[in-house]
Design a protein around this ligand. Structure first.
Ligand code: BG6
Length: 484
């Protein structure tokens, strides 16, 4: 009973959200570098390049670029077996289409991985986590252009070759499916470096075309990664928000099915190698002529992932609505494009301060959903609570709410292992140290076991200190999840 002996307990972050050093060591600007700070309920703006006078929180972030040794030492103190981060693509290829990689960038990650191994921490690496080189967005419109497939594959090959023997666990694209349900300018830029506006009627077509191109790139990278090192385990990374039907009305069940198709077709493709029939039919109905050749379909078939990585923060509930084609429903209502939302409130769940429904049992359901659909090993690569933390006069942060959130989720995950027999490789909590929020650009939306002295206004000396949850998680790892 219990978690496997080599269970990968750890934490997850992404390069752009903590490294800073946005223009140091030969790094080029990434798409994250043109996103301004938003706020709770206030969207981030995308500027036309890096403009003077704007506030770009990712430029400095928490300066992990210069602090990674002390931060990794703190993770080691908690007993981490794994640490998930990403390789900032524009540190390696500053423009994305460069002929040769940037040695200084490659060396930075060599040193970082060596530091992890010194403590017996296994790197879990994402290749593209919302941080494509900005030049690829500006010059090519990102993955709308097939040439970006080759640029990504070159970047992936460079990383697989360079870090052979140092990195075994990889993921190709972070939350590749987020764009599917939202189709906003923010998501289209984050996931595929596609520049658009919220009200562009072509967003959905572009989402399918750029998404297919990313999937081809992912499948090619998986094959190259296996050829370079047969030990490589290369996964997908799905932003998983399990869908619940609002009632047992059969129409709600069909809406639930449609929402699963709409949100998780990326997972179906990456885990099975097949373009699902429901997708082909939808393209046909919409008149979308997706550029996807037989050779590319074959690449997708051959490039199935080894494990299903997914993030889990919340669940969602959908309902059928009179007079609407279920496939035109969207997770996010968009009045400008006459898109109606099918998302309804779940009366059984409470929400976080940012309105994210808190649902530990949904994690057990998610592990079963993936197992029933794909029968692959899994890794939870993100799970955590963004909250307002209060630093007391004595410097302590008593984040009992964070401990409660994580305890309940780990308990649900343990039940999935013990009772349902799911094959789980590890758990990467998001994010072990306070970092810049991806959706809002805030610092005050805190997830960490380690407090970083910096606020939304950018004030603070970046000093690190342990929160109450630090020792709690340390004990969880020590007892391999027995004592929560
Ligand atoms: C996931 C992303 O969507 O959720 C992370 O992979 C992100 O990059 C995390 O940080 C939490 O979201 P947020 O918006 O609170 O930072």
């Amino acid at each position: 009973m219990g978690f496997r002996k080599d269970f990968l307990w750890g934490g997850a972050v992404a390069a752009h959200q903590l490294e800073g050093g946005w223009d140091q060591g030969g790094k080029g600007p990434s798409i994250a570098d043109v996103m301004t700070a938003g706020g709770n309920g206030i969207p981030r703006r995308i500027t036309d390049g890096v403009l003077p006078g704007e506030n770009y929180p990712n430029h400095e972030a928490i300066d992990f670029y210069h602090h990674y040794k002390e931060d990794i030492a703190l993770f080691a103190e908690m007993g981490f077996k794994a640490f998930r981060t990403s390789i900032a693509w524009s540190r390696i290829y500053p423009n994305g289409d460069d002929a040769v990689p940037n040695e200084e960038g490659l060396k930075f990650y060599d040193d970082m991985f060596d530091t992890m191994h010194k403590y017996g921490i296994e790197p879990v690496i994402t290749l593209q986590h919302f941080e494509m080189p900005y030049h690829l967005a500006k010059q090519y419109n990102g993955f709308m252009d097939k040439r970006c497939i080759d640029f990504f594959v070159t970047f992936a090959k460079t990383c697989f070759e360079r870090y052979k023997g140092k990195v075994k666990y990889w993921m190709t694209f972070n939350e590749i499916n987020n764009q599917a349900a939202c189709e906003t300018a923010h998501h289209m830029l984050q996931e595929g470096a596609v520049l658009t506006t919220d009200d562009n009627p072509d967003n959905q077509f572009m989402m399918y075309q750029s998404g297919i191109n990313e999937l081809i790139a992912s499948a090619k990278a998986v094959q190259i990664g296996h050829a370079i090192d047969a030990n490589n385990m290369i996964g997908c990374m799905i932003g998983f928000v399990p869908v619940y039907p609002a009632t047992c009305n059969p129409k709600d069940m069909m809406e639930y099915t449609a929402a699963n198709h709409r949100k998780y077709w990326f997972a179906d493709v990456q885990c099975t190698g097949i373009i699902p029939g429901y997708l082909e039919k939808y393209w046909e109905r919409k008149g979308y002529k997706i550029d996807l050749t037989d050779e590319e379909r074959e690449e997708i078939r051959k490039g199935k992932v080894d494990y299903a990585g997914f993030s889990y923060y919340m669940s969602m509930t959908t309902a059928w609505r009179e007079g609407n084609d279920e496939y035109d429903f969207n997770e996010q209502a968009n009045e400008a494009r006459h898109v109606v939302s099918d998302v309804v409130k779940n009366p059984y769940l409470k929400c976080s301060d940012w309105g994210w429904p808190i649902d530990p049992l949904g994690l057990r359901y998610s592990l079963n959903w993936f197992t029933d659909r794909y029968h692959l090993p899994m890794m939870i690569v993100e799970n955590g609570l963004g909250a307002y933390d209060k630093k007391e006069a004595d410097g302590s942060v008593n984040d009992d709410y964070r401990i409660a959130y994580l305890r309940n989720h780990i308990e649900a995950m343990r039940e999935a292992v013990n009772e349902d027999g799911v094959d789980l490789l590890g758990y990467q909590m998001w994010a072990p140290i306070d970092i810049v929020s991806a959706s809002t650009g805030e610092m005050d939306k805190r997830y960490g076991f380690i407090y970083v002295n910096k606020n939304n206004a950018g004030e603070g000396d970046l000093s690190r200190s342990k929160k109450k949850s630090f020792d709690w998680y340390k004990h969880v790892i020590e007892t391999n999840g027995e004592e929560l």
